[in-house]
Ligand binder design. Structure first.
Ligand SMILES: C[S@@+](CC[C@H](N)C(=O)[O-])C[C@H]1O[C@@H](n2cnc3c(N)ncnc32)[C@H](O)[C@@H]1O
Length: 232
C-alpha cells in the first residue's frame, strides 16, 4: 500500500514528499501514469568511492555495483519522459533518445589521475516525449558546484539545482516529478522552485533527512509561469 504522504501528492493534496525507502519496493505500488516525468541521478554502476577529505570518504553509494537497480527502477516508466545521469563506463538507459553533457568546469574532475584529462563532465540520458522549447546546444554549463563538504556540499554526487531546473523547464507540462534516487533532494528542490509537485525516494536515512531539510527551506513561487499564463 502507498504511504499516506505519497498518496496525498498523487491526489494533489500535498506539494511533495521525500520517502526513505528502497525505490524498488515503492515503484511497483505506484499506479501507471501517476507521475508526469522522472528526472534522476541513479547509482551509475561503477562502485565509485570518493577519496576526498569528506565524511563520505571511501564509502560507496547504495546499489552502485552495477546498473540493475537503475534499469529495474526506470523499467516502471515506459511512457513518461525520463532524464537520467550516467557515465560512458556503463550502458545508457534503455530507449535513450539523446544525450546531454553537463560541463562541470575545470575545477571538477574525478577518475584516473595518471590520465592527462580530467573527467570534468557527466552524461545525461534523455528518453520519451514531452521535451520542448528552443533548440539549444546539448552541453549544459552554469555556476560550478561547491566541491567541499566543509563549504556546504551535502552529498558526494550532488547535482546543481540550476541544472535540474533547466531539464524541468524543457518539460513544461510535467507537474508531478519523480526522483527514485533523490540523494540530498536536488531534483525535488528544483521541482518545488518551479512550482511543480515532487516525489523523492532515498534509501539512506541520512540523505533522506538532508533532503527533507532542504525542501523545508525551499520556497515555492507564489506564481508560476503556468499559473500566470492561466490568468485572464
Ligand atoms: C547519485 S546519488 C543522487 C545524488 C543527488 N542527485 C543529489 O543531488 O544529491 C544516488 C542516490 O540513490 C540512493 N539509492 C541507491 N539505491 C537506492 C534504492 N534502491 N532506492 C532508493 N535510493 C537509492 C543512494 O543512497 C544515493 O543517495
Amino acid at each position: 500500500m502507498l504511504t499516506p504522504e505519497l498518496q496525498a501528492v498523487l491526489d494533489g493534496e500535498s506539494e511533495g514528499c521525500i520517502l526513505c525507502a528502497d525505490c524498488l519496493d515503492v515503484l511497483p505500488l505506484m499506479p501507471d501514469g501517476c507521475v508526469d516525468a522522472v528526472v534522476t541521478d541513479p547509482p551509475y554502476g561503477i562502485t565509485y568511492s570518493s577519496a576526498h577529505g569528506a565524511s563520505w570518504k571511501n564509502t560507496c553509494i547504495a546499489g552502485d555495483s552495477d546498473t540493475r537497480v537503475r534499469d529495474s527502477a526506470l523499467g516502471y516508466f515506459k511512457r513518461e519522459p525520463v532524464a537520467a545521469f550516467g557515465t560512458w563506463k556503463t550502458p545508457p538507459i534503455a530507449d535513450t533518445r539523446g544525450v546531454l553533457v553537463w560541463d562541470k568546469g575545470s575545477a571538477s574532475g574525478m577518475g584516473d589521475l595518471s590520465f592527462p584529462w580530467k573527467l570534468s563532465w557527466e552524461l545525461i540520458y534523455v528518453r520519451g516525449d514531452g521535451w520542448s522549447g528552443r533548440r539549444d546546444e546539448g552541453v549544459l554549463r552554469g555556476p560550478t558546484l561547491i566541491t567541499w563538504e566543509s563549504k556546504g556540499r551535502l552529498h558526494p554526487h550532488e547535482k546543481p539545482v540550476w541544472l535540474i531546473q533547466r531539464l524541468l523547464e524543457r518539460l513544461p507540462l510535467a507537474n508531478v516529478i519523480l526522483d527514485p534516487f533523490v540523494g540530498s533532494g536536488t531534483t525535488c528542490v528544483a521541482a518545488k522552485r518551479l512550482g511543480r509537485r515532487y516525489i523523492g525516494i532515498e534509501i539512506s536515512e541520512k540523505y533522506a533527512e538532508v533532503a527533507r531539510n532542504r525542501l523545508a527551506n525551499t520556497e515555492r513561487p507564489l506564481f508560476t509561469k503556468e499559473t500566470q499564463d492561466a490568468d485572464p
